[in-house]
Design a protein around this ligand. Structure first.
Ligand code: SF4
Length: 391
């Protein structure tokens, strides 16, 4: 059994769109063969490529296209604005089809590393923008619209050279902090999911290889997809993979097209044994009736199934839900059940972001109370799980 079931009807978005939840399939070591598997193809089955000419002509662009024989290519002046792809028109069936069947190749023109200080010390220029998954709370499509499929940046040599220069310029980390006691941590997946990118492209592999040779730094990325091909990348402790977790009922409702939570947890030991540091993102924490009961069950499951070697090195970030009015309105059009839990004006307060968007987050006292409750649950059920930060 491959853990896959047929797509549900178009008007019934839900977690089961890709995977069967009843039987989690632990990630098995592979020899790079997962890319061609049925699960991988259900996530990404590229039928058309939109590409900037320079991206097509680049070595990475040519390598990607060599793996996509016969796929139709449309040249575009810029990966940023492709009217037939981006924007919020169309229902989720069209969005998910675009996410599954369309790939964009572009050149990343601004190479900039930004300070962070919470999850990572630095946000590196990402090797992609956009995602084949469709989490209802995702902020990544905010600039291109919800159907934002994966754009792969083909100038990976320039990204790698930039990162190397930045790491060397920092010198050794002199003081431990919440990101890491010794290494400068660089988030390499701010605007996508590196595990899914790796289904069609070696950008993730190149960055893992880069950090393998940088003794003062460490790559880090969050993921909701278990890609066993990553087990072959030999990170030698210099890449931190952060499996995002939430109670399975929430995930089925909100984490559209992702790997089941139980599968992400079951993969942790394989990734540790393959040389990754394995952390967890407890995020987003969504407050709704009985959330404490379901988080307690999730933490109990973690405690039951993770082997001691995973627990010894594990840490977690806790991130409370933030939402956005524009996204709320989009979601009402295709997945209103998600909005029943994501949009709760009676407990949320609005904040205008620097770019003018109206974001909402739990009111301060409610958030502080919930974080305190969650910390109590963590102490009770997963006392070994160090919290790097809770936000
Ligand atoms: S996996 Fe991450 S990037 Fe992809 S849709 Fe979900 S939240 Fe967004």
């Amino acid at each position: 059994m491959d853990g896959v079931r047929a797509e549900p009807s178009d008007d019934e978005p839900g977690q089961g769109a890709l995977f069967d939840w009843a039987e989690p399939v632990p990630a098995a070591p592979s020899r790079g063969g997962f890319r061609g598997s049925a699960v991988a193809r259900r996530m990404l089955d590229v039928r058309e490529v939109y590409a900037e000419p320079a991206a097509l002509a680049s070595p990475r662009g040519r390598q990607i296209m060599a793996g996509l024989p016969g796929v139709r290519v449309t040249e575009v002046p810029s990966h940023w604005r492709i009217p037939s792809l981006h924007g919020n028109d169309g229902n989720v069936a069209r969005w998910t089809r675009i996410k599954t069947e369309t790939l964009v190749l572009g050149v990343k023109r601004t190479l900039e590393t930004r300070p962070n200080g919470r999850s990572a010390d630095w946000i590196a220029p990402g090797p992609s923008n956009g995602c084949a998954m469709a989490c209802a709370y995702c902020y990544v499509p905010r600039r291109k619209g919800y159907a934002n499929p994966i754009t792969l940046f083909t100038n990976i040599e320039a990204i790698v050279a930039h990162v190397r220069r930045h790491v060397r310029a920092q010198g050794p980390k002199s003081e431990p902090n919440q990101c890491d006691p010794e290494a400068w941590v660089y988030d390499i997946g701010e605007n996508g999911d590196c595990s899914v990118d790796a289904l069609v492209c070696d950008n993730t592999a190149d960055l893992v290889a880069t950090f393998r040779a940088l003794p003062t730094a460490k790559a880090s990325f969050a993921t909701k997809f278990v890609n066993p091909d990553l087990l072959e990348l030999d990170p030698r402790g210099r890449t931190r993979i952060r499996f995002s977790l939430m109670p399975p009922d929430d995930s089925r409702l909100l984490d559209i097209r992702t790997s089941p939570v139980a599968e992400r947890i079951a993969a942790a030991a394989d990734f540790l044994d393959a040389g990754y540091e394995v952390h967890f993102n407890l995020s987003p924490v969504v407050l709704r009736p009985d959330w404490q009961r379901d988080w307690a069950a999730l933490l109990t499951h973690l405690d039951d199934v993770l082997p001691p070697r995973v627990k010894r090195q594990a840490a977690a970030e806790v991130i409370m839900l933030t939402h956005n009015q524009a996204l709320h309105e989009v979601n009402l059009g295709w997945h209103p059940k998600a909005e029943d839990v994501l949009w709760q004006p009676q407990v949320q307060e609005a904040k205008r972001s620097r770019n003018g968007a109206l974001n909402v987050r739990y009111a301060v006292e409610i958030k502080q109370r919930a974080l305190a409750e969650l910390r109590t649950l963590l102490t009770a059920h997963t006392p070994w799980l160090r919290i790097r930060y809770a936000f």
